[in-house]
Design a binder for this molecule. Structure first.
Ligand code: OOG
Length: 268
């Protein structure tokens, strides 16, 4: 009956809210949790519902959504974490660290860092029919560092778990934006990650979906399917170009993408 259905919808809504509250609390207190909240509904749709509820808690506290991030766009990353599908997470202004700025690792549980390509989305991204060419909706491109921090103990999670946990998003720094016309295509550029000037990871932008330019189409597809709105002015982090490395407790973390530029942050 109608009443029955409403009851079940209410129960599901409460379960999603409890799931989001536990993940939110884990992030705010930098204390890991063993897994999803008891009674959390299973499946990818429910996991994205939890992520959206988690972000709603943050925006209720005054944070602003400034973009999205793709996860598992690189095979090395997906294999490192034992998952096999591309996912979307949400970036808020509170996660942003200025280039050369400071990041306090005590705000995280077990932070790791990855070098990435960032895109600034232009107006074309909002109307796929008017602008079917995804590369035309890129307003700018930049090197980026992403700090990820799973709220789950030991970074152990299923695909649904990590979607609910906002794709492990913790912080990001973006280097100088360049116009795509000035940099050329971003496929197969050398990428390096350095701690205090010492090389800790080397890779290629080709690790990102074969070509990070494909990130726009991937983000559009996931956004349409899972209830995200992509808008001009938003940032898109296209995913890691190397495996993630535990963040050092202090020091300078830098990333360089050949022909694009550098970005760094100071940890401590
Ligand atoms: C999930 C985030 C993955 C990427 O670049 O693939 C990610 C995780 O590994 O904890 O950001």
């Amino acid at each position: 009956t109608h009443t029955h259905h409403d009851d079940r919808a209410t129960v599901a809504r409460h379960a999603v809210a409890a799931d989001a509250a536990a993940l939110d609390q884990a992030q705010r207190t930098a204390s890991p949790i063993a897994g999803r909240a008891a009674g959390a509904p299973s499946g990818l749709d429910a996991a994205y519902a939890t992520q959206h509820a988690l972000i709603a808690r943050r925006t209720d506290r005054g944070e602003r959504v400034v973009g999205v991030k793709l996860g598992f766009t690189s095979r090395a990353k997906a294999e490192q974490m034992g998952v096999a599908d591309v996912i979307l997470g949400t970036l808020t202004d509170a996660m942003g660290v200025d280039d050369h700025g400071r990041y306090d690792p005590r705000t995280a549980i077990h932070p790791r860092v990855e070098p990435e390509v960032a895109y600034l989305l232009g107006p074309g991204v909002e109307d796929e029919l008017a602008e079917p060419d995804p590369s035309a909706s890129i307003a700018a491109v930049a090197p980026a560092l992403e700090v990820i921090d799973s709220r789950y103990r030991d970074f152990r999670f299923s695909l649904d778990d990590v979607v609910a946990d906002n794709a492990s998003a913790a912080a990001f720094a973006i280097g100088p934006w360049r116009r795509p016309a000035d940099t050329g295509p971003m496929d197969n550029r050398a990428v390096s990650l350095e701690f205090d000037g010492r090389l800790v990871q080397a890779g290629s932008t080709a690790a990102i979906l074969g070509d990070p330019g494909r990130a726009i189409a991937a983000a559009r597809r996931l956004a349409g399917r899972h209830g995200f709105a992509l808008r001009a002015g938003m940032i898109l982090l296209a995913g890691a170009a190397t495996a993630a490395v535990p963040l050092p407790a202090t020091g300078v973390v830098g990333a360089e993408i050949a022909g694009l530029g550098r970005v760094s942050l100071r940890v401590g």
